[in-house]
Design a protein around this ligand. Sequence first.
Ligand code: KIV
Ligand code: ZN
Length: 389
Amino acid sequence: MTPTSKDRVKIFDTTLRDGEQSPGATMTHAEKLEIASMLDEMGVDIIEAGFPIASDGDFEAVRDIAKLSREATICGLARANLTDIDRCWEAVREAKRPRIHTFIGTSPLHRAIPNLTMDEMAERIHQTVSHARNLCEDVQWSPMDATRTEWDYLKRVVEIAIKAGATTINIPDTVGYTAPVESADLIRRLIANVDGAENVTFATHCHNDLGMATANALAAVDGGARQIECTINGLGERAGNTALEEVVMAMRVRGDIMPYETGVDTTKIMAISRRVATVSGFQVQPNKAIVGKNAFAHESGIHQDGMLKNAETFEIMRPSDIGLAETSLVMGKHSGRAALRAKLKDLGHDLGDNQLKDVFVRFKALADRKKEVYDEDLIALMSDASVEA
Ligand code: KIV
Ligand code: ZN
């Protein structure tokens, strides 16, 4: 079925907050400003720039990102207390579009930490969200560990947050515990049952402990969420967060079954992925979806031959869609004659069948010794006198 109109899903990037919380991923002030500017430029709707109360450095980064922001909403994180919220407001207030994001753990395990009764926590939520709303028109509230919170309590506290003035309700799967069917169902049930649900945007925030963050986020959208929280390269605590590039490209490539659009200019994905990898020190695994080195690389003969005839045979997106110049045909022992011929032609050698036969034998012998045969190896192979004869 071809959709006639697409629902807009907001992209909330938390690379600079949740992503930077990964052990070892700390970024400098200048690097944070640079990443924020790239996110703004690529059309991300909301940038969670940091946790202002965490340190003076975090505060200054959020404040400077807010000052320099152009289109994106700039959000800061705050725990459920007035001091955190005031500090957060100080940091974001100069943004063109500021947002305060306040949260508290609502599951039984998380409630035990501040040692509050259910009623005391409900009262705290009312007080802190009201306070945030008095400072800022755009307030996001999150019941941390929502997916392990009892349904009745979750419904109750979400209603309290909405009454107190929250404009976005984020449902975090803090420990990556949920699964797609449940993720969709939870958002659907909240929208159907919570008083005031029609006045807020529901968001999804998934961690990747079971490798389901992307699937869970997209399922939540299916259930009615209209904001996805994510990070570049899936950076984030433990196994990371939903990867921005995955959800955005999934909705773009499979618009037939996920008729949603985002404001993200996907051609900027590769550049920001590489920059985040460099500044965070977290290299992207080669087989990572969308941005891994091998995501648009082909070595086997059958695949290379198919790609040379029609790229759609083995690629569901064009490399240019994510800002990559071209597909790479990696020359190795699995490569076939067609790819070798095309590669040599690119290098200026248009071989006839007999010549190719000879070079191919020697190419295979070389490929057996080397993992990858580079252009320089092929040039050396061609400069061999017996080939040119
Ligand atoms: O994972 C989580 O619960 C969080 C909250 C602060 C939203 O990052
Ligand atoms: Zn998180």
